[in-house]
Design a binder for this molecule. Structure first.
Ligand code: 6PG
Length: 253
């Protein structure tokens, strides 16, 4: 049975602390269980303060960075120096500041032609997870943002929702900025062991309600449903403001 939990935090400090605590706890428990922590990061603005928090005390000293491998859920097809590069921003925010060996970072290449980049990352994932005895990569932690239109990663509602299991990474166009993008597909996300939606701000309140209360399957975000893992939603009060009280109780039981 799917395990899901919704945390509603008062204020940005508590919101970020919740996320940083989840990151740290999953890192430590994964390393204790299998000697390694595999995390997939999303782009956009929401994760940026979290990334900056992970690079400072006490978190920077608690996370076993040497045993952490960092992957990306999606990327915009721009060079790393571009302000829209998810990898470039994560580097500025924490990867260049925390003691993470370069070989532990596994960015998507945003400079290749999109389809070539998608296939290259798919091959890269296959080789990085080879030997785990499973058909799919099982990320210990997948961090996701939520778009106001219900997109997740770079899987947009107006595009065909690819759930076929033949592709791990695809090239798509959409979102803002309107550039080509590379994105993991839903089956890869849904094989994550802990999958976390991070959502803050009033503008996201309507879509949070639609996804959590109505489970509208036209929205890619409503199709995030880890097969064997747990799904956590970390919301601030503004993002959670339209969810009915009854729903909040049901979601947390
Ligand atoms: C990206 C994303 C995307 C993002 C949402 C939310 O690279 O654009 O991974 O899915 O998480 O659009 O973005 P914000 O956090 O900026 O609202």
């Amino acid at each position: 049975m799917r395990k899901m939990r919704v945390y509603i935090e008062a204020g940005s400090e508590a919101f970020l602390k919740r996320l940083a605590d989840i990151f740290t706890a999953v890192a430590i428990s994964s390393i204790l269980a299998k000697g390694r922590f595999d995390v997939a990061l999303s782009g956009g603005q929401t994760p940026r303060p979290l990334h900056r928090l992970l690079a400072i005390s006490p978190y920077v000293g608690r996370i076993p960075w040497q045993k952490t491998r960092i992957f990306w859920v999606d990327e915009r097809c721009v060079p790393e120096e571009d302000e829209n590069s998810n990898y470039g921003n994560a580097k500025k925010d924490f990867l260049d500041r925390a003691p993470i060996p370069g070989r532990r970072m596994h960015p998507m290449d945003g400079t290749l032609p999109p389809e070539t980049g998608a296939k290259a990352y798919e091959r890269h994932l296959k080789s990085a997870f080879k030997g785990n005895g499973e058909k799919w990569p099982a990320f210990d932690l997948v961090l996701l943002g939520l778009g106001v239109d219900g997109h997740v990663a770079s899987l947009f509602p107006q595009a065909e929702i690819r759930e076929d299991e033949s592709r791990w990474v695809i090239a798509v166009k959409g979102g803002m900025p309107r550039v080509d993008r590379l994105t993991m597909t839903l089956p890869v996300i849904n094989h994550g062991k802990t999958v976390v939606f991070m959502v803050s701000g009033k503008t996201k309140a309507p879509v949070v309600k639609t996804v959590l209360e109505h489970r509208d399957k036209h929205l890619p975000a409503a199709r995030v449903n880890p097969k064997n893992g747990r799904l956590l939603w970390v919301l601030d009060q503004e993002a959670a403001s339209l969810i009915q009280t009854d729903t909040k109780i049901i979601l947390n039981n």
